[in-house]
Design a protein around this ligand. Sequence first.
Ligand code: UT7
Length: 342
Amino acid sequence: MAAVLAGIGGFLPPRVVTNEDLSATLDTSDEWIRTRTGISERRFVSGGLSTGGLAVEAGARALRSARADAVDAVDAVVVATTSPERLCPAVAPEVASRLGLGQVAAFDLTSACSGFLYGLAASAGLIASGAADTVLFIGAEAFTTLVNQQDRSTAPIFGDGAGAVVLRRGEPDEPGALGPFDLGSDGSLADLLAVPAGGSRQRSADGGLGHGAVPTGDWYLRMEGRPLYQQAVEHMTRSAQSVLKHADWSVADVDWFVGHQANVRIVRAVAEELELPEERVAVNIDRVGNTLSASVPLLLNDIAARGDLRPGDRVLLSAFGAGLSWGSAVLVWPDVAAVPVS
Ligand code: UT7
């Protein structure tokens, strides 16, 4: 028995923010952003759209892509997000209701940029445990709302969006069967990428008297790019190697490396360490930026929709992010419909 990918969909909010747009108010340039990160433009939520709305749109598209019998069977909704709709409650129950899925099991999980890999493993676990037969799993992020748009070291990097998959109970040897997985973390380096304020630590420290003492910057992302870059390359490479070993695949077996899009230089450095040729490395960061837990499913959807990723292709997924946390998985791509995200 295995969790099998049976549908995929993605959604990007309509507001496009180009490097030129950012350069108008920030001390940066299109040239710096493109050469250091590979990003040309990204999307920002606007007009009241937030994580829940992004999740609903991507979820609806994944359900349309899945076979009708899989849609009828959805009995759990999982949302990976690090930009929650609100601190409490989780957004997944609301997403399930808005999609008309009824009173199904629903919860959020938080694992930043590795959220899609952790969420895939958790969703597969729901199926393995018998708690669910079919899971709608969504990575959704309005993370630009947590980024100080006056901070040039973080503002150009992140974008908003959502990607979703439908997973159903199936057989380990059929296309779309997920796994093995490799997951890991290092909490000793949590401060390399963090939004310090807003949670219990800060509320407890100020005695619940208010937020006056909290420096404004603490409400926004703090990131130490350089050490993160090194950690990303190291852990994505090791995790990918470990999962390939467990799957008994060689690097030559991999048709597509679909890695988290944090920086095109990170993705290329990992591919180089793995000795994967460039033509097997999927990239869409130029158009979307770093969308955290939405990054991997948006990229899968993109390359499937344009016909580059075909049924039978062997796919290596790998992601790294805040926590620190990382994860990898493999699957043989199934015959699922994918629609371009505009
Ligand atoms: O999602 C997973 C977690 N996140 C990551 O994995 C992010 C990993 N890190 C990175 O992708 C890169 O470190 C960044 C893209 C964040 C930064 O690139 P970098 O090549 O490491 O640049 P840097 O921070 O070392 O800065 C180089 C220079 C500095 O100037 P000096 O000190 O050399 O004069 C910065 O002040 O670039 C300057 N700089 C900028 N210049 C123009 C930093 N940000 C900008 C900017 N525009 N936006």
